[in-house]
Design a binder for this molecule. Structure first.
Ligand SMILES: NC(=O)c1ccc[n+]([C@@H]2O[C@H](COP(=O)([O-])OP(=O)(O)OC[C@H]3O[C@@H](n4cnc5c(N)ncnc54)[C@H](O)[C@@H]3O)[C@@H](O)[C@H]2O)c1
Length: 439
């Protein structure tokens, strides 16, 4: 199969590279010339473990190329995937479909033969029909099909998720589109990964329902964590005891500083808007959005307590600013709420993150960047463990406490315990959902 992939972000680039590894001929297109130039030089515009090696292998094999020329990319393509961003639209919470519709129009104007136009971006119910109308209006003579193929990969584990998915969801209207999609995903069919073939609307809805459910699960445990702190329970034990129930499952039950990232915040907001538009309010999801904001605010209160009620004049070391480990993605990261609150309150903030600096420098003005956690915490009054990178899981806490001015730690990912902290010489330690602060 010959595939054109429009958009070389976290989803488009990973999907394009993996499809080429399946043996398809893939051309990845981006309208950002700087990204295309980097990719042509063999460099990655994003950080994703393992992607550089897989990309180099498929470029070398002649199956994977990059271009800024969309028309050239779709010439001869059996399928063209739209994998552009669908951020929250300013003002109303809807998914902004500007990039999707612009791509659809560009495809319509450039296509000269039958093609399946596949939406991989996360889009509200009805968008694929809108894509069909847009393409028909722009090129009434074009023979084409549309398909919905939402993506479920997680940044940081994206290649594994793409190559060994829990399921692939394909929404189609015609047998012809179904056959093309089956051919594209043949390597996964052959290895018995479940492929859910359905109508366009159900495919679109599956993606939002899945993300909203996961955001709900995280938010549920975050709210339980808050209550645990009040009643003297340990949320880690509670999660374990709950998660062992097969009906519940143990994933997405880790209490933390609130969900963030490129998907959950925008997808929950978009689903809430879809519900409102159809007079079928998503009351649970609306609560989740509200509670998640409260969770992030509660983190700031925790830090304020550890700083004796004021950040002014304090030196705070923040370990990890990306929204989760193993990515450089900063979109809607809890750090974007917490760090500005520290800076705004008059703290001197020192930051360290294995991959976050490239994006983070512009997003977190007024902070000092350090290359490692030991340099960042030296002479600090408070250590905040915000993203649980592996690098931060086995710190020499005694060395850190010994070099700090105030020996206080806010462990917002429950990596350590009060006992660990006390043994290392910390006088105050707070975490999530556990009775913590103590000297
Ligand atoms: N990031 C994730 O973990 C993830 C997971 C599942 C689904 N999704 C969904 O996938 C979609 C893409 O997300 P992302 O994180 O990869 O976005 P991204 O912002 O990282 O990348 C989008 C890319 O598309 C390019 N682009 C935009 N319009 C274009 C056009 N007309 N022609 C060519 N290139 C164009 C941009 O330059 C950019 O490089 C979103 O809808 C998102 O919700 C993301």
């Amino acid at each position: 199969m010959k595939i054109a992939m429009i958009g070389t972000g976290y989803v488009g680039l990973v999907s394009g590279v993996c499809f080429s590894d399946f043996g398809h001929e893939v051309v990845c297109v981006d309208n950002n010339p700087a990204k295309v130039e980097m990719l042509e030089r063999g460099e990655l515009p994003i950080y994703e473990p393992g992607l550089d090696t897989l990309m180099a292998k498929n470029v070398e094999a002649g199956r994977l190329t990059f271009t800024g020329d969309l028309a050239a990319a779709i010439d001869g393509a059996d399928a063209v995937f739209i994998a552009v961003g669908t951020p929250t639209r300013r003002g109303d919470g809807h998914a902004d479909l500007t990039y999707v519709m612009a791509a659809a129009e560009q495809i319509a104007k450039a296509a000269k033969h039958h093609v399946v136009i596949v939406t991989k971006s996360t889009v509200p119910v009805g968008t694929n029909r809108q894509v069909r109308e847009t393409v028909s209006a722009a090129n009434p003579d074009l023979d084409f099909d549309v398909a919905s193929n939402p993506e479920f990969l997680r940044e940081g584990a994206a290649i594994d998720d793409f190559m060994k998915p829990d399921r692939v969801v394909v929404g189609v209207e015609t047998d012809r589109a179904a056959k093309v999609m089956e051919e594209i995903y043949r390597p996964l069919y052959l290895r018995d990964f479940p492929i859910v073939t359905t109508d366009l609307e159900s495919a679109e809805m599956i993606k939002y329902a899945a993300n909203a459910f996961l955001a709900t699960k995280i938010t549920f445990i975050n709210e339980i964590a808050s209550l645990c702190e009040k009643v003297g329970a340990d949320v880690k034990e509670v999660s374990k005891g709950m998660g062992l129930d097969g009906r519940i499952g143990k994933t997405f039950l880790h209490a933390g500083p609130g969900y963030g990232g490129s998907c959950f915040p925008k997808d929950t907001k978009a689903l809430a808007r879809i519900g409102q538009d159809h007079a079928s309010p998503m009351q649970i999801v609306e609560s989740v959005i509200k509670v998640n904001e409260e969770v992030k605010r509660r983190m700031v209160d925790k830090l304020l307590d550890l700083c004796g009620g004021s950040f002014n004049g304090k030196t705070v070391a923040v370990l990890g600013v990306t929204f989760k480990p193993n990515t450089d993605d900063m979109r809607d990261a809890p750090s974007l709420t917490i760090v500005p609150a520290l800076v705004g309150g008059g703290a001197k903030v020192r930051v360290t993150d294995p991959q976050g600096k490239r994006e983070g420098e512009a997003l977190l003005p007024g902070v000092e960047w350090h290359d490692d956690p030991y340099a960042a915490t030296s002479e600090a009054d408070l250590l905040v463990l915000l993203t649980e990178w592996n690098e931060f899981r086995a710190l020499d806490l005694s060395r850190i406490a010994g070099s700090m001015r105030g020996k206080r730690m806010a462990d917002l990912r429950n990596v350590y315990t009060l006992e660990d902290a006390k043994a290392a010489g910390f006088t105050e330690y707070d975490s999530i959902g556990r009775v913590g602060t103590g000297g």
